[in-house]
Each structure stands twice: as C-alpha cells, then as structure tokens.
Design a protein around this ligand. Structure first.
Ligand SMILES: [Zn+2]
Ligand SMILES: [Zn+2]
Ligand SMILES: [Zn+2]
Ligand SMILES: [Zn+2]
Length: 233
C-alpha cells in the first residue's frame, strides 16, 4: 500500500496529500488570520502543531494543534479518541529515549522505572523533534509524531484541534481484485490481506461474523476496533 491519501485543510478547504499539506498549513492564509487576529484584550496561549502518521500505515495521517500546557495524558487521550481506543489497552510515548507510560505501575514490578504521562508538552517536546506513540503492546498500533512548529495564538477552548486528516483510504477487494472493499476479515488481516467487496463478503471462507467494516484509522481491522465516536471520518 503506497497509495498517497489526500486530506482537507479545515481552515480553507483545499485538499493536498500529506507533505504538501504540511507546507500548506504552515502558511495557510485563512489559518494565520484566525490566530494572529487576536483582539487586544484576548488571551493568548502557546501551541504545538503535530504531524501524526501510522508508522507502518503512513496512508493514515493527521495534523493537529495542541496547547503547549496540555499534558502527555491529553495527547494520549486525543489519539485514543480519534484513532485507537478499542478495549482500554496500555499505551506509551517514547520521547528522546525516555518512556512515558499510561499505566506506569504495570512495569514497576519488573524493576523498570517508567514515567507516567503527567509531564506538560512544553517540558518534553520542541519543534523539529520526532517521537513515538504505541497503543496496545499485544497487537500494537505504532504512530510517529513530528513536531512541526510552536506558535503563540489566541486561546481556544479546546486543548486539541484537528487541522487536517486523511480522507478514508480506498482498498480493492483481495478476492475479485476489482471492486472497492467495504469490509475486512479480522482473521485474514493477521496475514496482511482480507479486504472484501460487497459481492465477495458472503462467500468468504472465514464467515460473516469475522468481518468488520473499514474505519479511517491505522487501527482499522485490529483487535476490537470500532471507529471513533468523537471524531467521525
Ligand atoms: Zn488552508
Ligand atoms: Zn482491543
Ligand atoms: Zn470482491
Ligand atoms: Zn478471512
């Protein structure tokens, strides 16, 4: 899967693939207007802009803005809400060689001193850094996060805002190899295939109960993932 997926800029509505979108957003007029035109009395806050991609599924990507006073917990929660949460698995960040765990008590017994996720972003990341996030150490979904920039802008109510994300990825059916897939077989997905179109799903040998709809997430087809409620595609 080397298909490049496009996304839409939430400020001006233009569509680009991932890297052109990064360039676009950093200079998007509509976006710059929105945060530089803070009134005299308006409060300002520092924000990081992050590019987040599936490490092994880079066709899934998003660009988000997050307050620099937010904690790693907030970023973890955002990633769970938009892309990851299935059954409350553990997760962790690896930043500059240090691990920050969602359940630091779980590894304590092994003599490892992992940190929790209470650090403020401003204290652990900076523009130009690349760091990792992993959700579920069994059937892991790994994300690579690049810190694109830091700026001061008008304070927003939300800690995190999505600036752009990939449109749903189109896969072709692995059986007829011609129609667009609408489901994935969770059993076959372990072996790297299992995309099925509407015509082929009924005759699939593993049975209908193993079929899952496709979700716009790098966790689509993994464990019990059932899409995002808070951030529909
Ligand atoms: Zn734009
Ligand atoms: Zn799960
Ligand atoms: Zn088919
Ligand atoms: Zn199957």
């Amino acid at each position: 899967m080397s298909k490049r997926t496009k996304g839409t800029c939430t400020y001006c509505g233009k569509t680009y693939t991932k890297n052109p979108m990064v360039k676009h957003l950093l200079s998007c007029e509509a976006r710059l207007q929105a945060w530089t035109h803070a009134g005299e009395n308006q409060k300002t806050a520092g924000y990081f802009v992050l590019l987040i991609s599936g490490t092994y599924r880079p066709q899934y990507w998003l660009i988000a803005e997050i307050k620099d006073s937010a904690k790693l917990n907030d970023l973890d929660q955002f990633l769970r809400d938009i892309w990851l949460e299935c059954c409350g698995h553990m997760s962790g960040f690896k930043i500059a060689g240090v691990r920050y765990e969602s359940h630091p008590e779980a590894t304590m017994g092994w003599g490892i001193q992992d940190k929790g996720m209470t650090s403020k972003l401003a204290n652990v990341i900076a523009p130009g850094m690349v760091f990792e996030h992993e959700y579920d150490y069994g059937s892991a979904t790994a994300l690579t996060i690049t810190v694109l920039e830091h700026h001061t802008g008008q304070t927003k109510k939300e800690k995190v805002a999505v600036l752009a994300r990939n449109h749903p990825v189109q896969y072709s059916c692995d059986e007829c190899e011609k129609n667009t897939a609408i489901m994935i077989c969770l059993e076959c997905a372990y072996d790297g295939y299992g995309f099925l179109c509407d015509d082929c799903r009924e005759d699939h040998e593993c049975g209908e109960e193993l079929l899952s709809p496709l979700y716009n997430s790098p966790r689509s087809g993994v464990c019990g993932y059932e899409g995002s409620v808070k951030y529909p595609d």
